[in-house]
Every structure is written in C-alpha cells, then in structure tokens.
Design a protein. Structure first.
Length: 323
C-alpha cells in the first residue's frame, strides 16, 4: 500500500511536470510567433514608400554608397542571430530539466510497479521473513552525552522509527514512528542535545527533542536544488554537525548546505562531483570546517572538499629556521 501511494504521488508529479513543460513550450512558440509577425510587418517608412511617389534624387557617388552599405551584412547577421537565440533557446534549459526529471520519475514508477508485482506473488512466510529482516536492520545511529538514538524499520508498512536507549543499549523507547524515507534511507544526528532527522521524502530536516516532540523543520521542495530548498526525488539524504554548531545537509546529487539549528540558511558549502540517484551520501566535517568528507556510494570512495581561500588573502611569511 505504501508503494502504491508513492507510485500515485510520482504519477501526479509527472502530470504536473508535463503541464509545466507544455506551458513553457506554448509560451516560447507564442513569443517566437509574435517576433516573426513583428519582423514581417512593414515599417512606417516602408509603408509610406509604397504610396508616395518616389522623388528623384541626385545619384550617390559610388564611394559614398559603398561606405553606407558596408555594415549592412553585419547588421543583418546580428539581427538574424538575435532572432535565432530567441525564446525557444531561453526555454530549453527549463524544458531539459523538466524532461530529465520526468524520465527519472517514470523509471522510479517502473521500479515500484515491479516491487508491487513481486509483493502480490509472495507467500505469507516470505512476507514475515522480510519484516523480520527489516526490523533487524539499523539504518542510522547517533549518540548524545548519555543516550543512543537509532533508526529502524517498522513492523507495518515501509516507514521508519526512531528509538532511544542508554549508552549500554538498555531501556529502549520508541520516540518516533511512521517516518517516510526513500530507498531505505533515514539518517539521524544529535546536535546540541536535539535530534535532527533527514526526512528525505518530505524534502526537509525535522528537529525534535529527546522524547520525539517536534520543535521545528526547515527546507522545502523545489524542482532544482537552490538556496534553502532541496531538489530531486528525495532530499536531503544525510545530516551532520558542522562547525560552530551548524547543521550540514547532503543531497544525492552532491550538494552540501549549511543551516543554523533554527533553520536559517547559511549557504552552499560545496558540490561533490557524483552521479545522481537516490542513495546514502553520508558526510562529515573537520572541526574548523575547512574540509568536508562526502561518501560517494556509486564509486565506493570518499570525496574530500576543501575550503577555497580568498584570492586576496595574504600568504604566510617565510621565516628562517633556528636551532
């Protein structure tokens, strides 16, 4: 049922994207037609020349005529170039991004449909065994001064739960349930005594107290990842503690952003050159924030991003070594 709901969500998203793409194409075509009509329409001088008798003028010397017409081919070429790079070209980046997302969503729907078909053909024993395996899997772990927080699957459906224990994994208590995460990913971190969860399917970070009470959220869904917003199918995937008590978020497409704990957007930290697709992209940072370590799952490697120093920053002076 959860996958069918996700499939329905993706189908609605595809319909919205197709509508946006159609609107952009229609606007581009309309603007191009208007410009073509304006270009074909005769000017006032051209219209008056058709009705008024042509006055006889003195012949223009060839040297002067050549000088007056020397720029004509260049002007015509520039005018043609401006018309060629009109609204259609300006709309292309938007259309390309929409169609790319449409392709990704269609592929995701096919995957969900295959899983649904597999679910329908399974026996009760197979389903019970899968539930047991899912409940035994720990998806993320975070530690405060005296407690441990874990994310796991739930018995009913495909959501996630957050559990709290002491440092010896005793006195377990479930503090959150029915969290929605894509591709088996649900990250949790403890920052400043509060629990931060990367709720990727809701395109936000949730901030909770130790008992699971919601204190606030930040982030929103956009077609492209920009500013405090998260793009793609499901982002952010991971969070971590940044320098000066900030919160760093990472996205499947390589974006790393910085926020204050209250959700105030600090800025884009950097972008790792990784392939797209829904996946775990764990991150960590050095205490001073000069280095960010980004997990590239597809290539089984760690991408290290270093802070770029300003061009005008003075270089350290060389000093003589002393015994």
């Amino acid at each position: 049922k959860s996958m069918e709901q996700q499939k329905g969500f993706l189908e609605k998203r595809i319909a919205a994207i197709e509508e946006q793409a159609k609107k952009a194409e229609d606007e581009a075509k309309k603007e191009a037609d208007e410009k073509k009509e304006a270009a074909d329409k005769p000017t006032e001088d051209e219209a008056s020349s058709e009705t008024k008798p042509v006055k006889k003028t003195q012949p223009v010397p060839k040297a002067v005529e050549a000088a007056d017409n020397s720029d004509a081919p260049r002007v015509l070429k520039l005018r043609t170039q401006r018309q060629a790079a009109g609204p259609a070209d300006r709309a292309n980046p938007q259309l390309t991004a929409l169609k790319r997302q449409l392709t990704q969503n269609e592929a995701q729907i096919k995957v969900y449909q295959q899983v649904i078909e597999q679910q329908e053909n399974r026996s009760v024993d197979e389903i019970i065994q899968e539930i047991k395996q899912r409940l035994q899997k720990i998806n993320a772990i975070a530690v405060s001064d005296d407690e441990v927080f874990l994310t796991t699957g739930i018995a009913k459906g495909y959501g996630f739960a957050v559990w709290r224990t002491d440092l010896d994994f005793k006195e377990p208590k479930q503090i959150l349930s029915n969290l929605s995460g894509c591709c088996g990913q649900m990250d949790v971190q403890v920052i400043g005594g509060e629990v931060f969860i990367a709720e990727n399917t809701r395109h936000r970070v949730g901030r909770y107290d130790r008992d699971g009470k919601l204190l606030g959220t930040f982030g929103s869904r956009e077609r492209e990842s920009a500013g405090p917003c998260f793009g793609g199918c499901c982002n952010p995937m991971n969070v971590c503690l940044g320098p000066n008590g900030t919160v760093l978020t990472s996205e499947s497409e390589g974006f790393v952003k910085s926020f204050q704990t209250d959700g105030t957007f600090v800025g884009l930290v950097g972008k790792a050159q990784v392939g797209g697709g829904c996946k775990n992209v764990s991150i960590a940072t050095s205490p001073d924030g000069d280095r960010v370590y980004f997990y590239d799952l597809d290539k089984s490697r760690i991408v290290v991003m270093t802070r770029e120093k300003p061009a005008d920053e003075p270089k350290p002076e060389k000093t003589a070594l002393k015994d």
